[in-house]
Design a protein around this ligand. Structure first.
Ligand SMILES: Cc1ncc(COP(=O)(O)O)c(C=O)c1O
Length: 358
């Protein structure tokens, strides 16, 4: 089998150029005689990889020198736990906006660590939607407010990023660097790398140094954002190979141009939503004004037809279309590296499928 069209939500498709580049130097990294996987994490080779990867995140997100970028193992879920441990303390809580499963999971971890409040909750809404800034009730004394810019399971994005009175923190796992955005509005943002930025194994975490300086001194060093601030020596062995592939993916993104990638993402999503809206056979999961550009979630008239759709699509070379196990349905994840030709193929397949089963 050649390369399938991979609609998985993550680990997700990587640019083919990145995979071939990694393959070329897999065994001997540019004449060093060792693989990146075998290179010392405090050596020159990895030092340059890490520095360039962090610099590219800052460049692509338009962040200034007051920011640090870290590659922290444990994925986005580790950030759900790390964040409240760093910033919640006696009498100081945090606000959470929950518009889907992931925001809810982040909130749950904050409740374990301290005082967490729901500022808005649309988790049970159908169709799925994210609250507008006017619907959010902020607590002005919160240590931070947490949002999820794109809920991967329901394919629901926040169309408008709010301006809360407290430092804004975001889980951007499924839409980081997929569109131009004012990243300087945030005090911290993070993403599991395995969707838009590389393979699994790390979260990319960007934070204002001034925000990290306010974090608790009473937590283990490995969990403290201060430990990961720029200029600090590595605390422990990082996932060197994951960071290397993140670097190659960021170089690819820079060469493509974020504006071009965004235009392509919009075009891919528009084609898929047009297919979903083309007849009553399909039903979109998210409200139209909140539709994700990364994850297109939709239903068919029955679960039997959904199973058949996934099976037949796979036989036709399109994998990863099954919705999240908690939600069912179909989900086409079309991150930066997903080719537009794959979307065209899926749209064509949807038409054929409806003709046969509608
Ligand atoms: C928006 C969002 N947040 C958090 C997570 C959890 O990420 P991880 O598996 O890296 O912990 C996911 C996983 O799909 C996600 O989509």
């Amino acid at each position: 089998m050649g390369r399938a069209y991979n609609f998985s939500s993550g680990p997700a498709v990587l640019p083919a150029e990145v995979l071939y580049e990694a393959q070329k130097f897999l065994v001997d990294f540019k004449g060093t005689g060792v693989s990146v996987m075998e290179t010392p994490h405090r050596g020159k080779v990895y030092g340059a990889i890490r520095e360039e990867a962090a610099a590219l995140v800052k460049e692509l997100a338009g962040l200034d020198d007051g920011w640090s970028v870290a590659f922290i193992p444990g994925g986005a879920s580790m950030q759900f736990a790390m964040l409240p441990l760093n910033f919640l303390r006696e009498g100081v809580g945090a606000d959470y906006v929950c518009c889907g499963t992931w925001g809810g999971k982040a909130f749950k971890q904050a409740q374990i660590a301290g005082d967490a409040n729901i500022a808005a909750d649309t988790r049970k809404a159908s169709p799925a939607y994210a609250p507008s800034p006017a619907e959010i009730r902020w607590n002005p004394d919160a240590a931070y407010v947490h949002i999820t810019t794109n809920e991967t399971i329901s394919g629901c994005r926040m169309p408008e990023i709010p301006d809360p009175p407290s430092p804004l923190v975001a889980d951007m796992s499924s839409d980081i660097l997929s569109c131009p955005r004012d990243y300087s509005k945030f005090s911290l943002f993070y993403a599991g790398a395995q969707k838009n930025l590389g393979p699994a194994g790390a979260a990319v975490v960007a934070f204002r140094d001034s925000f990290a300086e306010t974090c608790s001194a009473a937590i283990p060093e490995i969990l403290s954002y201060r430990t990961y601030a720029s200029g600090r020596p590595l605390y422990n062995t990082p996932p060197v190979w994951t960071v290397y592939i993140i670097l190659l993916t960021l170089r690819w993104l820079k060469a493509q141009g974020l504006e071009n990638v965004f235009a392509r993402n919009r075009s891919k999503a528009a084609k898929l939503y047009a297919a979903v809206d083309s007849s009553g056979f399909w039903r979109g999961v998210a409200r139209k004004d909140c539709r994700s550009l990364s994850n297109v979630a939709f239903r068919l008239p029955s679960e039997e037809l959904e199973d058949l759709f996934v099976k037949q699509a796979e036989a036709a070379g399109m994998v990863g279309l099954k919705g999240h196990r908690s939600a069912g349905g179909i989900r086409a994840s079309i991150y930066n590296a997903f080719p537009e030709a794959g979307v065209d193929r899926l749209v064509e397949f949807m038409k054929e499928f409806e003709r046969r089963n509608g």
